[in-house]
Write a protein of this length. Structure first.
Length: 482
């Protein structure tokens, strides 16, 4: 290692995704000399900050979801508004170019933020050497060793590959990144996994014309979602044409010259389905490839996740870890908060993440969003609960938007009136969920929401009505008899 001041830092962050780059920026804001290392390479071999989220996940998928939704509306909804456009024509190449432009704008923004905050950003692979040292090997093979008082592992996650059944080939069998890059709409699309990624990708290509079948091994749909909301979601997605088959356990995948045949077990029967493309979306694994964890004494659990304590410390002195690589709920916003909180703790501040108030969103149409406990979880935890819900069909703004499907549901403690969770499916609930997060963050009671004025006409009125419905006070929707 060089003894020059340029090679020494207060903090080295390995990984420039949502867990890493905000941590580096916050460190610089607090006066630390910070270095952020990112190994990401795009399809064209250009390096980029932002990790999976900005380059191959959250941002590009939302760009395609928006484009495909507009295409679907042009063909099925514009006429209702008195807008005649005829049969819309898909220009997938242009749609993909827009997606890439959106991603590049966001990832390029990270580089500008580094410059503004005086964070040193380096492209290359970071490897732990122990004794506070990290070796960075650039993509053209040049190696440099840096030293720091604190090292943060923020290397994120990668798609799980079914190597024995359906190994990725980048063509017919793809992961979530490959599923965003199709150059043509497949006539028949298969997806293994009906989780968040599976249903979002299924929505994109189904709207654009693909006959889409989603095979889910579990007997229930979106089990992490409140039962009433997941039931409504399944109904809506089925109505839209998504063929979601539950309890379908894939046992074999055979590639042909032009297609892929999937064999699966369902209801005691062996069934087969043939597709042009197959997306495998069965989860994500920690990305610790060639990290040097064993050399540095960083312990991993049996699944490969970095072990940490409540303050994000690993088993090695001076080395910390946050985000997907540590397990738990794999969400970009959770990773951001963990990285920022860790840095503030290192600075001596009493900062922490409220893990009971982490929002989750599925960007389908209708959108699904929730925070806190579901009714089933609350009861299992020993709470005596009271619930209330209100449909978007009773909301004037939703009707004006031609988006009346869905509802908002409150789960509250019957004894204390505290809001335990809010679950919703409907238009723009990804945005409405922020109010629910604040409610949990400030330990609000249901009455606090009931007594808060909401603008009219807005979608947020359904949120208010659901809170009122908990105690049978809803004005614009029928209250359930108690």
């Amino acid at each position: 290692m060089s003894d020059s001041p340029e090679a020494s830092f207060d903090l080295i962050v390995i990984g420039g995704g949502p867990a890493g780059y905000p941590a580096a920026i916050r460190a610089a804001q607090l006066g630390m000399k910070a270095l952020c290392i990112d190994s990401w390479l795009n399809r064209d071999n250009t390096p980029s900050f932002g990790g999976t989220c900005l380059n191959a996940g959250c941002i590009p998928s939302k760009a395609l979801l928006e484009s495909s939704e507009l295409f679907h509306k042009a063909g099925h909804e514009f006429a209702i508004h008195g807008i005649g456009v005829g049969t819309p024509v898909l220009d997938l190449k242009k749609m993909q170019e827009r997606k890439m432009a959106v991603s590049k704008a966001n990832s390029g923004g990270v580089k500008l933020l580094f410059q503004a905050n005086k964070v040193t950003g380096v492209f290359g692979h970071g490897e732990l050497l122990g004794n506070g040292q990290v070796k960075v090997t650039t993509h053209d093979g040049v190696a440099t060793t840096y030293k720091a008082k604190h090292i943060l592992i923020a290397t994120g996650s990668a798609p799980v590959e079914l190597k024995k059944i359906a190994p990725f080939d980048g063509d017919k069998i793809v992961d979530s990144w490959g599923a965003l890059d199709f150059s043509a709409v497949p006539e028949r699309l298969g997806i293994i996994g009906a989780g968040v990624i599976g249903v979002e990708l299924g929505s994109v290509w189904s709207r654009l014309g693909a006959k889409t079948v989603i095979l889910e091994a579990l007997p229930g749909f979106l089990p992490m979602v409140d039962a009433a909301i997941s039931k409504e979601a399944l109904r809506q997605f089925t109505k839209q044409g998504l063929d979601i088959r539950l309890g379908a356990k894939v046992s074999a995948v055979a590639k042909g010259k032009t297609d892929v045949t999937v064999t699966y077990e369902q209801d005691g029967e062996t069934k087969k389905e043939t597709f042009d493309k197959l997306i495998v979306a069965v989860g994500r694994r920690p990305f610790t490839d060639k990290l040097g964890a064993d050399v540095a004494g960083v312990a991993l659990d049996e699944r490969g996740f970095v072990k940490i304590d409540k303050n994000y410390k690993t088993s090695a002195a001076g080395i910390y870890a946050v985000g997907d690589v540590t397990g738990g709920v794999m969400l970009a916003h959770k990773a951001i908060e963990e990285g920022v909180v860790l840095i503030e703790q290192l600075h001596g501040e009493k900062s922490e993440v409220n893990y009971n108030a982490i929002p989750s969103v599925i960007y389908t149409n209708p959108e699904i969003a929730w925070v806190g406990l579901s009714e089933e979880q609350a009861k299992a935890a020993g709470h005596e609960v009271k619930v209330g819900s209100s449909p978007f069909a009773a909301n004037g703004r939703a009707r004006a938007l031609e988006s009346i499907a869905g509802q908002v549901k409150f789960v509250s403690d019957a004894k204390t009136d505290r809001v335990l969770g809010v679950h919703m499916i409907g238009p723009y609930v990804s945005e409405l969920c922020a109010e629910a997060v604040l409610a949990l963050e400030f330990a609000a009671t249901t009455q606090d929401i009931q007594m808060t004025m909401h603008g009219h006409p807005t979608l947020s009125e359904t949120f208010h009505e659901a809170a009122l419905a908990v105690d049978g006070h809803a004005i614009h929707s029928a209250n359930k008899k108690r």
